[in-house]
Design a protein around this ligand. Structure first.
Ligand SMILES: [Zn+2]
Length: 241
């Protein structure tokens, strides 16, 4: 079975971070911060690429925020209208395909997130994915968790797992977690990868399928396929065109 690589462009990372921050640090007209942080929701656009080893790359290029989503602190309901957005984008910007969706998890303090692994997809998230498998375009789901730190921190981004990255901007800590949505072997069941903290016991999947999240802005260059794989070993020489 193929591995999955989810690549997040700098633009998409910026759009997600700002969307999550906006829903976290809500200001009313007087500039007072609202007491309640809320979740936000959006759609992911980009490309699916089959790699030489039959691994699959999902290149997430853009996020469109769902301005009409019903947002609450512990949940978010997308608005209707995926179809019209898909029609608009694929008509005028056909270089982008719908890849999946994004939502945020707001938490007060970063220690709350670490204590309960709040960066994981919840059981509610998993249930909501049942509907998404009716649309074969939904292949990727991302959750961005945001919390506050008491002081500004400059610690380096770090991997929590192959599919979860944690980093800090000023006094906000972020986690980005990725999963793949696909129809399971049994028709009525959807499957998600990788096995998550919450789902591990109920939804067991083969261990040999990897899901790798890559955010170039947060890490050093990453060799997605072996260099020279297409040309053959030793075939690259100076002056080659
Ligand atoms: Zn969630």
């Amino acid at each position: 079975m193929a591995n999955y690589i989810i690549h997040i462009s700098d633009d998409a990372l910026m759009e997600m971070s700002i969307a999550a921050l906006e829903a976290y640090v809500v200001a009313d007209k007087s500039g007072e911060r609202s007491k309640k942080e809320v979740e936000t929701y959006g759609l992911l656009w980009g490309h699916e690429v089959i790699l030489p080893d039959d691994d699959i790359l999902y290149s997430v290029q853009k996020l469109t925020v769902d301005a009409m989503a019903y947002r609450r602190t512990g949940s978010v309901l997308p608005s209707e209208g995926v179809k019209v957005k898909k029609d608009m984008i694929t008509s005028y910007w056909p270089q982008y395909s719908l890849l999946g969706d994004f939502h945020s998890h707001p938490y007060g303090h970063y220690s709350d997130v670490e204590e309960i692994k709040g960066y994981e997809f919840s059981e509610g998230d998993r249930k909501s994915m049942d509907n998404k498998t009716n649309d074969p375009d939904f292949r990727v789901s991302l959750v961005m968790t945001i919390s506050s730190l008491e002081r500004i921190s400059n610690i380096q981004p770090r991997d929590i797992s192959d599919s979860i990255i944690c980093w800090t901007f000023n006094n906000y800590r972020f986690w980005l977690n990725a999963c793949i949505i696909y129809k399971g072997d049994e028709d009525d069941e959807i499957a998600l990868l990788p096995n998550s903290y919450h789902w591990k016991k109920k939804y067991d999947h083969p261990d040999d399928v990897g899901v790798y999240l890559h955010c170039p802005y947060l890490s050093s260059p990453w060799q997605i396929t072996k260099f020279g794989k297409k040309a053959g070993k030793g075939k690259h020489i100076a002056g080659d065109i």
